[in-house]
Every structure is written in C-alpha cells, then in structure tokens.
Design a protein around this ligand. Sequence first.
Ligand SMILES: N[C@@H](CCC(=O)N[C@@H](CS)C(=O)NCC(=O)O)C(=O)O
Length: 204
Amino acid sequence: MLKVHFTAGTRAGRVIWLLEELGLEYEVNIMPFTKEGLKSAEHRSRHALGRVPVLEDDEVSIFESGAIIQYILERHKTGGLKPDTNSVEFPYYLQWFHYCEGMVMPPMNQVVVQTILLPPDRRDENVLRQAQNLITKSLAPVNENLKDKDYLVGDFSAADLMLGHSCFMANRLGCVSDEMEHIKRYVSKIEDRPAFQKAITMGE
Ligand SMILES: N[C@@H](CCC(=O)N[C@@H](CS)C(=O)NCC(=O)O)C(=O)O
C-alpha cells in the first residue's frame, strides 16, 4: 500500500491530488507543520531535511514531489496523465512540469518565509518585494501559455498537478494580480476538480 507522509497546506497536497485523480488506494500519515512533527528523528530518517512529501511503497521510500508524481505515474498507472513520449505535447509537458520547482517555487518559498514562517521582527520588506517581483515574472509566461487553453498542455496532466498547485498557492498568497486573468481562470478550473478539493482540505 502506498503511504504518503503529508502536512496540510504544503506541496504534499500534489501527491494526494494525483492519487485521488487516479483513484488509487493509499494511507496518509498527517504531520503538523511544527518542529516536533517534521523534524522528529523518525521523519528525518525518511527525509534528512525533515520535509514533505515523502512516499513509501513497500521497500521504496522517496522524497521530492515531482519525483514522487513521476514514480506513481510510471509504476502504478502507466500511460495516464501525461502525453505520449512521441507526441508534440511531451516536451512542453516536461517543461511546465519542471518549471514549477525550478522557477516558481524558489521565490514562493521566500514569500512564505517572509510572511508566515519568520516572526515579524525578523522579516525583511526588501526580500519580500524582490520575491514577489520574481513570482510575477516567473508566472507571466504561464499566464501567456494559458491564454487559449484550459490546461497547460493538452488535456489535464501531471504538469497541472505540479504547476497548477503552485498557481493556486501563489493566488492564495495574493501573488497573482487581476491582470493575470488566464491564471485566475486556470486556478478556478483546478479548484472545481473533486480530487483537488479532497487534497486541499485534507488534514485541515
Ligand atoms: N522540492 C521539494 C520541496 C519540499 C519542501 O520544501 N516541502 C516543504 C513544504 S511545502 C516542507 O516540508 N517544509 C518544512 C520545512 O521547511 O521545515 C518538493 O517538491 O518536494
């Protein structure tokens, strides 16, 4: 049985979202976003930095949300939620899948640190503004790409699980301006998906 080590309001939601979209059975270990929850010796034995998500599947234990999603798609549902390797869409599927952690999430992490994680007296307005600007810049091509489509590449795919989740989080953090109308529409479309709703409310 697949087991997801999960914390509410984090990227671990991507993995639950995928499992729900595919209708696969799984167990969840819900941990609080606290030192006691994530930095315990037990959780550090799964992820040395004490982060989520982590997936266990019999003798396999892996971290990194993107790797977990690819692993599940390959080992548990071959051929689903990704374009065929020889299709025109496939390279763009890869591009947006990896653009998420590569370009959008680094400044988003910084916004979370500067608005939620650090105590008010240790926050830095300049660092926050710079991170917000970087999010706007990194989301601009995503907005442009979505101008004539519902999803990033063809039908709903695992690229949407990655980058769609980031767009949802960016919107929730107030980092998607009204001018990014295609991302706003995209986020609403994602929010309508029952599997997403299950993932995003888990553990709350
Ligand atoms: N690139 C990693 C990032 C993992 C990560 O940083 N997860 C956050 C939650 S979204 C976390 O566990 N943070 C706990 C901490 O920073 O102590 C992934 O995609 O899985």
